[in-house]
Ligand binder design. Structure first.
Ligand SMILES: Nc1ncnc2c1ncn2[C@@H]1O[C@H](COP(=O)(O)OP(=O)(O)OP(=O)(O)O)[C@@H](O)[C@H]1O
Ligand SMILES: [Mg+2]
Length: 264
């Protein structure tokens, strides 16, 4: 009896094409894994590097306290204050590291909701106006006059981004200068700008400011126990929204950060 052969579902050429495609997908997945491993190693190395100096200061302070039980109260209190500052900066660093890891983890999604951007910016701005720390700056809000722009954002995360940009604007500017928050609506994107009249960033540093722990120079950053991760976190949050963040700056004149959020 003649054997009946079933028609092959895929031709040889189709099979080959599929194999090539699967191979490419595997290669891509492998590259992503390698990138993630690289990121993990960098995080690890930055974390241990940045924790070492406050830890060293703490160990020697404890040594001093132990070796001199008769230490004058004034000196002892100074030492305890220093220890507290170091501990706080370690705490900030660890919290920010954890936040950055969460932001960069695709398995932790944003809590997106439709938000009227004008109202959102206004609310953030009012909070800054009532926050004493901005008391010596002129704060300005510029919003588009026409229409309501609704964008899907995670308001808590986006407020965190704005908070970092405003805190930076404050840290790197002087009394009496202006900090402006702007909203603008384009056809397919909503733009948020934070503008300051501060010390600015040089062109050689500008491409690196979104890197983890990058500071233009330690000497010009106030000793506030910050982690230097603020802009890396901000970039991670904006990109998780499918948006972009960029910066233009001129030394001695000021800086503008621009966030571009897609309107879907
Ligand atoms: N508005 C600004 N004007 C001038 N320099 C800025 C401004 N914003 C950021 N920078 C520079 O970019 C660096 C990185 O900013 P980033 O917000 O990541 O870190 P930070 O403010 O030092 O610390 P953190 O945000 O973690 O508290 C800053 O240390 C500073 O040198
Ligand atoms: Mg910052």
């Amino acid at each position: 009896m003649k054997k009946q052969y079933e028609k092959p579902v895929l031709s040889r050429q189709q099979l080959e094409e599929e194999l090539v495609e699967t191979n490419a997908r595997l290669l891509q997945a492998n590259e992503r894994l390698e990138q993630m491993e690289q990121t993990r190693m960098e995080l690890f190395s930055n974390l241990s590097h940045d924790l070492r100096s406050p830890l060293t200061a703490l160990v020697s302070s404890v040594g001093l306290l132990k070796s001199d039980p008769e230490m004058p109260t004034e000196h002892r209190e100074e030492l305890l204050d220093l220890m507290e500052r170091r501990l706080r900066s370690m705490q900030t660093l660890i919290n920010d590291m954890q936040l950055l890891t969460r932001v960069e983890n695709p398995q932790i999604p944003l809590k997106l909701q439709p938000v009227d951007m004008g109202a959102f910016l206004e609310e953030f701005f009012c909070e800054c106006e009532t926050d004493g720390k901005y008391g010596e700056r002129k704060l300005e809000l510029v919003l588009p006059s026409a229409g309501k722009a609704v964008v899907a954002i995670d308001p808590e995360q986006m407020a965190r981004v704005l908070d970092n940009l405003f805190t930076n604007a404050l840290k790197y500017s002087s009394r009496g200068t202006k900090i402006t928050l702007e909203g603008a609506c384009e056809e397919s994107a909503y733009l948020i700008r934070v503008r300051d009249e501060g010390i600015g960033i040089g062109s050689e540093d500008l491409p690196r400011i979104f890197e983890r722990s990058y500071r233009v120079s330690k000497s010009r950053s106030p000793e506030d126990g910050s982690s230097g991760l603020g802009l890396a976190i901000a970039k991670g949050i904006v990109e998780k929204h499918g948006g972009e963040i960029g910066c233009e700056s001129s030394l001695g004149k000021g800086t503008v950060f621009e966030i571009r959020l897609p309107i879907r």
